[in-house]
Design a protein around this ligand. Structure first.
Ligand code: NAD
Ligand code: ZN
Ligand code: ZN
Length: 380
């Protein structure tokens, strides 16, 4: 029986308030409106940003609406489309995008950025373009994290916020291209623009940092120094291309930036911060060579600002950030899927756990304790 134009009742992992575990609820998902697409979600990864939204709000944090369905790293199939949708049809395999690509604005035309601002304010507040969410629980609006909310069996996204991918792509793996792996890989290739033969340091070896290691390797870096306070991450980092691994705690009281400068005669060419810690961001900048070092902030935090001494920049360093690894999602994610299918890009190595939707809190805990790289949640 077709569900088109009908409200669908399905399971979703709902966060009712900051700092509390998610609960699995029956939610009602409205049909898509004009320029919207309803997706049957099949798989979703759990990213540190989901954890941070729920558990790391500080006094200066931006407003975070609740109740909310988290998840922004998923894959599924189009269930139905609203009026005026021309880019996808029911049955198409898709990856929802937390950063849209409208294809029509100044930013979409510019090769310098992926920062399309279509529906930006509304998606940041967890609602669709008309200011309301398509999810509710007994009449109460449930917000859609980053405008996508992949930890629900059905979700609705704008037609500019999804990538149509090839029909033979395994959704239980390519879901990781919805955030973590695409972000780290692109941070090295697009944002840092790592050069062949260069020396790189990657701070933080979760999925994002390991994907950055993979990106440095793909760019032909000759030294890739992987840095983490959890040495259990080192085996995988070496497997994905790191040439050396360092635990900053083994070198105390020496700072990690001093250690890296000594190892590289003055500093690395590129440093990528994939932790989400403002102190580590300063350390990463200071670990680059003063004359031309590039530091890319990939990790996210809004709990404190980065401290940057003027002297650290004055000689020629560059400090920059990346969002979704600089990829323009609609056009780039299908190409990344192709790379995976051609075995040019790894995804399977990032998946350490496969869990059910009922085990979503376990997935968050495993991420936070560093026991997992990525847990992939089966929505059904
Ligand atoms: P994760 O929790 O899996 O990995 C973080 C890693 O950092 C862990 O291995 C941890 O041991 C390590 N770490 C913690 N403190 C450290 C320190 N002082 N020095 C070195 N390593 C340290 O997280 P993830 O899912 O890989 O995400 C990483 C960061 O990237 C998060 O801040 C996340 O919010 C952010 N993120 C940003 C974007 C973007 O678009 N820019 C996209 C996805 C994720
Ligand atoms: Zn993410
Ligand atoms: Zn645009």
């Amino acid at each position: 029986m077709s569900t088109k134009d009908k409200v669908i009742t399905c399971k979703a992992a709902v966060a009712w308030e900051p700092g509390t575990a998610l609960t699995i609820e029956d939610v009602e998902v409205d049909p898509p409106q004009a320029h919207e697409v309803r997706i049957k979600m099949l798989y979703s990864g759990v990213c540190h940003t989901d954890w941070a939204y729920l558990y790391e709000a500080g006094p200066n944090s931006l407003e975070r609406p609740y109740p909310v369905v988290l998840g922004h790293e998923g894959a599924g199939e189009v269930e139905s489309v609203g009026a005026e949708v021309t880019n996808v049809s029911p049955g198409d395999k898709v990856i929802p995008l937390f950063l849209p690509q409208c294809g029509e604005c100044k930013r979409c035309y510019s090769p310098k950025t992926n920062q399309c601002r279509k529906n930006w304010e509304t998606t940041q507040m967890g609602v669709m373009a008309d200011g309301t969410s398509r999810l509710c629980k007994k009449g109460q609006q449930v917000y859609q994290f980053m405008g996508v909310c992949t930890l629900s069996q059905y979700t609705v996204v704008a037609d500019t916020s999804l990538a149509k991918i090839r029909s033979d792509a395994p959704l239980d793996r390519v879901c990781l291209l919805g955030c973590g792996v695409a972000t780290g890989y692109g941070a090295a290739l697009n944002t840092a623009q790592v050069e062949k033969g260069s020396t790189c340091a990657v701070f933080g070896l979760g999925a994002v940092g390991l994907a950055a290691v993979m990106g440095c390797r793909a760019a032909g870096a000759s030294r890739i120094i992987a840095v983490d306070i959890n040495p259990n991450k080192f085996t995988k980092a070496l497997e994905l291309g790191a040439t050396e691994c360092i635990n900053p705690q083994d070198h105390k009281p020496q700072s990690i930036q001093e250690v890296l400068k000594e190892m590289t005669q003055g500093g690395v060419d590129y440093a990528l911060e994939c932790v989400g810690n403002a102190t580590v961001m300063s350390d990463a900048l200071e670990s680059t060579i003063d004359a031309w070092g590039v530091c890319v902030v990939v990790g996210w935090t809004d709990s404190e600002p980065i401290r940057v001494d003027v002297d650290q920049l004055l000689m020629g360093r560059t400090l920059k950030g990346t969002y979704f690894g600089g990829w323009k999602g609609v056009s780039s994610v299908p190409a990344l899927v192709d790379q995976y299918m051609k075995k040019e890009l790894k995804l399977d190595e990032f998946i350490t756990h496969r869990l059910s939707l009922n085990e979503v809190n376990t997935a968050l805990q495993l991420l936070n304790t560093g026991e997992s790289i990525r847990s992939v949640i089966s929505l059904w």
